[in-house]
Design a binder for this molecule. Structure first.
Ligand code: ZEM
Length: 295
């Protein structure tokens, strides 16, 4: 009967294999970007996962990826989220296909897929986030402001519960993607391989000479040699602050250490604000890359 089939539908309990199917679809969609930014939605999708999670406030337990509140205004219109409609629209196609997944799980799984498919480390992930309401939305101002210095960076990330080592590891995501003048106002990529997860961000920070760019836009640095790369003021701070510098140097010298620390910090970021009892598994899963499933 109709009642019975409706009951079956609501009782559908997705397994790890079902989430792997979603992961695989995300991997496909990320690559199917045509002329968009080096032919990949990977970086912008990763940024969506970060901005959905990075609103967490340890003191009040508010914010974070649980309720996927960036679906609603005004959070979708917060200045920091400019341009992320691109990533949300890409994700919406997948949501139509796998309607059983919550937006928070979808967006965070997409962050994991982006990192892994762009040759980054494996990132443990597990589902359990639920779709919330506009009333769950965090206030504006919880994400970092690229024009600021070390005290601001610490205020923002300590609020989430991260330490200096984790802050520096997370910022290595800027190996990927670029700044857009019509989004943040900043301009350009950080590395020569913006769709490959590497430790080049740290290497370039130390190996290149960085000078203030002379232009009409916001204060940013450019590499003296090629003038084709950029650093935000907050990126440059990682070479100036004594504690940050120690970790940035270590990641420039040891890509394995960076991969290990990024994976741990990013997995932690994606779970901030999600009540432990909501997770369907007691330990996070390692999702397979598309390449691994080919053999
Ligand atoms: Zn970013 N980030 N970010 N970031 N970010 C941008 C782009 C990207 C900061 C920031 O202001 C900016 C982390 C930390 C910090 C990514 C991932 C992660 C842009 C450019 C800015 C201005 C946006 C644009 O114009 O499109 C600041 C101040 C940070 C800390 C101090 C962390 C942590 C990240 C992930 C773990 C990624 C992947 C991008 C590239 C997006 C794209 O569209 O290419």
């Amino acid at each position: 009967s109709a009642a019975q089939s409706a009951k079956v539908a609501t009782n559908f309990v997705p397994t790890k294999a079902d989430y792997q199917k979603v992961y695989n679809r995300i991997a496909e969609v990320i690559d199917d970007a045509g002329d968009y930014d080096n032919g990949s939605f990977g970086p912008v999708v990763l940024r969506l996962a970060w901005h959905a999670s990075g609103t967490y406030d340890k003191a009040t337990g508010t914010g974070g990826s649980n309720y996927a509140t960036m679906r609603f205004q005004p959070e979708s219109l917060h200045g920091a989220n400019a341009g992320l409609h691109v990533a949300r629209e890409v994700m919406e196609k997948i949501k139509q296909e796998f309607s059983w997944i919550s937006y928070g799980d979808l967006w965070t799984l997409a962050g994991v897929a982006a990192v892994q498919e762009m040759a980054g480390p494996k990132v443990p992930w597990r589902p359990g986030r639920i779709d919330g309401f506009e009333s769950h939305s965090p206030p504006d101002g919880r994400l970092p402001d690229a024009s600021q210095g070390a005290p601001h960076i610490r205020d923002i990330f300590y609020r989430m519960g991260f330490d200096d080592q984790e802050i520096v590891a997370l910022c290595g995501a800027h190996a990927l993607g670029r700044c857009h003048t019509d989004r943040s106002g900043y301009d350009g990529p950080w590395t020569f391989s913006p769709t490959m997860f590497t430790n080049d961000y740290y290497k370039l920070l130390f190996d290149e000479k960085w000078v203030w760019r002379k232009w009409n836009g916001p204060k940013q640095l450019e590499d003296k040699k090629t003038k084709s790369l950029m650093m935000l003021p907050t990126d440059y701070v990682l070479t100036q602050d004594k504690s940050f510098k120690k970790y940035a140097k270590a990641y420039a010298d040891d890509v394995d250490l960076f991969f290990k620390d990024f994976s741990a910090a990013f997995a932690k970021l994606l779970e901030l604000g999600v009540p432990t009892q909501q997770f369907v598994a007691s330990e996070a899963w390692i999702m397979q890359t598309v390449d691994e499933q080919k053999s």
